[in-house]
Design a protein around this ligand. Structure first.
Ligand code: MN
Length: 129
């Protein structure tokens, strides 16, 4: 990897239950200069949002406990958190998933496998960086 980029004053919450994906995405975002916090299930995701008020959330939709769909619904129903952009991540995307993700309030949608580089690009685009 090249030298890490200058710090970017934005916090990304990465919600992902797969430790391998979490490590890759988190590493790439940190390398790009973001502050990254992680959650591996729905309850943790909700707690982290309360604690840290992230600037953007990358949301794996299939996570244990409260799934990503429901976490998104709850956040978008809460005026404190509804402005936070949420980009959904799904593996084995099914027909209709994207539409459904946008319906529950996701601002964007990416299907896995996806390169970490592309994830960083999308995050920057949503944050207008
Ligand atoms: Mn998952």
């Amino acid at each position: 990897m090249t030298e890490p980029h200058a710090p970017i004053d934005r916090t990304i919450l990465l919600v992902e239950d797969n430790p391998h994906n979490r490590k890759i995405f988190s590493g790439m975002l940190a390398h790009a200069g973001f502050r990254v916090i992680e959650a591996e299930d729905g309850n943790q995701a909700l707690t982290r949002v309360e604690e840290t008020r992230p600037d953007l959330i990358l949301m794996d939709l299939s996570i244990p406990g409260i799934d990503g769909w429901e976490v998104t619904r709850r956040l978008k129903a809460d005026p404190r958190f509804s402005p936070i952009p949420i980009i959904a991540l799904t593996a084995h995307a099914m027909r209709g998933d994207e539409e459904r993700a946008l319906q529950v309030g996701c601002n964007g949608y990416l299907s896995k496998p996806i390169s970490p580089k592309k994830v960083v690009e999308e995050v920057k685009r949503y944050l207008k960086l």
